[in-house]
Design a protein around this ligand. Structure first.
Ligand code: G1P
Length: 291
């Protein structure tokens, strides 16, 4: 199994982050010095994925623009001798091959993945949800790729979440077959805590085989009113015994959640030598003193 492409659905409205996202895509909101989506692209590059397929909406093409040249800016930086900044902005344009497809209607994550079918064709591919950041010495998507390649099967990344949070995620019903590796028997999309089969939540990282498109196609009926869930297509793969899950390790931030978004900014600020000491001091100034 050789995976080259990563599908990144970014067409969503980002309503959880309003009013900040009224005109700015949530994927472009900065996390410390970079837009959130750049961390996802960098994770893909670290896993040797060479082609990023953005599934996008007509109002959000600023996402693709970020990974393109900005010649006017480059010329200004060159004229003013800002070589270091020039290097940084050029690097973003040269880091990866970008392919863009349109999701003309916002019909859910499964529909977004289906929109990439003509680009992905009959190859296995990775998918990363555009607002789910992960950091660890082995990138999250690479942890899944290693298992998908050795087991020749589709794999979803999961992490344990606390009780009430299960209703925000896809949840797996699975049997552990090796440390941190599971055979998925079934899945539930955003179950109530009472109904959840486990606390292992899908973290927006997938290695998928092209048969997922057939399952998504079956769900994509012309009279369909509600969203097409990727989880529904994964259920069909699990029923055929063709789906594994891997418990990912690392730090995860859901940038559509304000606490995670702010924590991610502080996390990166604390890692930057130039910023760390001043940041710690300012945080101490604003944190209330313990009684
Ligand atoms: C989607 C998936 C869900 C998954 C989540 C991870 O939900 O449908 O199964 O757990 O991404 O971020 P969304 O957050 O788009 O509602």
């Amino acid at each position: 199994m050789h995976v080259r492409k990563v599908v990144v659905p970014v067409a969503g409205w980002g309503t959880r982050s309003l009013p900040a996202t009224k005109n700015v895509p949530k994927e472009i909101l900065p996390v410390f010095k970079k837009p959130a989506v750049q961390y996802i692209v960098e994770e893909a590059i670290q896993a040797d994925l060479s082609d990023v397929v953005f599934v996008n909406h007509q109002n959000k093409t600023i996402i693709e623009d970020h990974f393109d040249y900005n010649l006017a800016l480059e010329s200004l930086l060159e004229r003013t001798g800002k070589q270091d900044l020039l290097k940084q902005v050029r690097h973003v344009a040269e880091m990866v091959n970008i392919i863009s497809v349109r999701q003309k209607k916002q019909l859910g994550l499964g529909h977004a993945v289906l929109c990439a079918k003509e680009v992905v064709k009959q190859e296995p591919f990775a998918a990363i949800v555009g607002d789910d950041l992960m950091f660890s010495p082995v990138p999250g998507i690479k942890q899944l790729l290693d298992v998908a390649e050795s087991e020749q099967m589709a794999v979803v990344g999961v992490m344990p979440v606390s009780g009430s949070k299960v209703s925000n995620y896809g949840i797996i019903d699975a049997e552990e077959i090796a440390p941190h590796m599971y055979r998925v028997k079934d899945l539930q999309e955003k179950p109530t805590p009472e109904r959840a089969a486990s606390n292992l939540a899908i973290t927006g990282r997938y290695i998928l085989t092209p048969d997922v498109f057939e399952h998504l196609q079956e769900l994509n009926t012309p009279d369909r009113k509600e969203e097409i869930q990727l989880t529904e297509a994964l259920r069909a793969m699990a029923r055929k015994d063709r789906l594994l899950a891997v418990r990912l390790w690392g730090m995860r931030f859901d940038i559509g959640n304000w606490v995670d978004y702010l924590t991610a900014n502080i996390y990166f600020g604390l890692q930057d030598e130039e910023v760390r000491d001043d940041l710690v001091q300012r945080l101490q100034e604003i944190l209330p003193c313990p009684e």
